[in-house]
Ligand binder design. Structure first.
Ligand SMILES: [Zn+2]
Length: 288
């Protein structure tokens, strides 16, 4: 009997689902840990979904290398319940921010937080060719769209979406590329990325309606929200926050996509490694 690739895919999904649920049945009757397999060219992305009865909310963790935010999110699930969706795609021990996959001898790469858009031009800009002579054509777009849809399907029904992210928080610096060639690296992403600087508007600045910065909070720790009530809540609690405007620049990010559906979306940003700080942020969010 010859099984099609699709049939094998479905069969593998069922086996993984069954095994994970059985394992969790033994460990804890309330928790579930499901792993869904999504084929991407010749590679695989796993959607890992943790659930525990409790809060009716979902945590979205799309950058595999941002381990502190994942750890903080899992602690919150354990404490208050809810759902957490994360991606696993690296085959080596090093976790990667971007997803790489190979299709017909060409390797492609994309940021898994730049693929949620109905605009093919935006999506095309998010995907780059790392090796090989293939192009980002409609077949590649279709594959990446399928992954984005499967991630979004796990999230979209919840009344509250909390995105978990970590940032580098490095200052602007001059790096030595060659013995006579230096390159100026800009300051990494932080809350001031939303402020208009030197008369120049960035995409982040163009998408920002209001901003509140508590000067005693480090610039790497802050929230991005899509609803004014959430902005006001964090201001009351004196925590740095950005209110995304009603017409943000479509960059394929989940926050902009969620805005299009009128979703209550809160992005929690903390510096890499700051698990305790991010946990405290999530506690602050939940204790409304
Ligand atoms: Zn991130």
């Amino acid at each position: 009997m010859i099984l099609s690739k699709n049939a094998i895919h479905i069969f593998c999904n069922i086996v993984i689902l069954f095994v994970s649920m059985q394992l969790n049945e033994v460990n804890c009757r309330q928790n579930t840990d499901i792993k869904k397999m999504i084929l991407l060219g010749e590679d695989t992305v796993f959607l890992r979904i943790y659930t525990k009865p409790g809060k009716n909310m979902v945590y979205a963790h799309v950058h595999e290398n941002e381990t502190a935010s994942l750890e903080a999110g899992l602690k919150m699930i354990e404490k208050y319940g809810g759902k957490l969706v994360t991606l696993e795609h690296s085959s080596d021990s090093i976790k990667n921010r971007n997803i790489r996959f190979t299709y017909r001898k060409t390797t492609y790469q994309f940021d898994p937080n730049r693929i949620y858009t109905a605009d093919d031009k935006v999506l095309k800009k998010s995907i780059s060719v790392v090796a090989g002579s293939g192009k980002v054509d409609y077949i590649i777009l279709k594959m990446v769209k399928r992954l984005a849809k499967q991630i979004w399907n796990e999230i979209k029904e919840y009344p509250l979406i909390v995105a978990l992210h970590n940032n580098k928080n490095t200052p602007a610096e001059c790096t030595n590329m060659w013995f006579f060639w230096n390159r100026m690296e800009p300051e990494s992403y932080n809350i001031t990325s939303y402020v208009k600087k030197n008369d120049q508007s960035s995409d982040s600045n163009k998408s920002c309606e209001e901003i509140y910065i508590n000067p005693s909070v480090n610039n790497s720790e802050f929230f991005i929200v899509t609803q004014k009530a959430d902005f006001d809540m964090f201001v009351r609690k004196k925590y740095s926050v950005v209110l995304q405007n009603a017409n943000p620049v479509d960059d394929g990010s989940m926050s902009v996509f969620a805005t299009g559906f009128g979703k209550r979306y809160i992005n929690s940003e903390a510096k890499h490694g700051r698990v305790i700080e991010q946990e405290a942020m999530l506690e602050l969010l939940l204790l409304e």
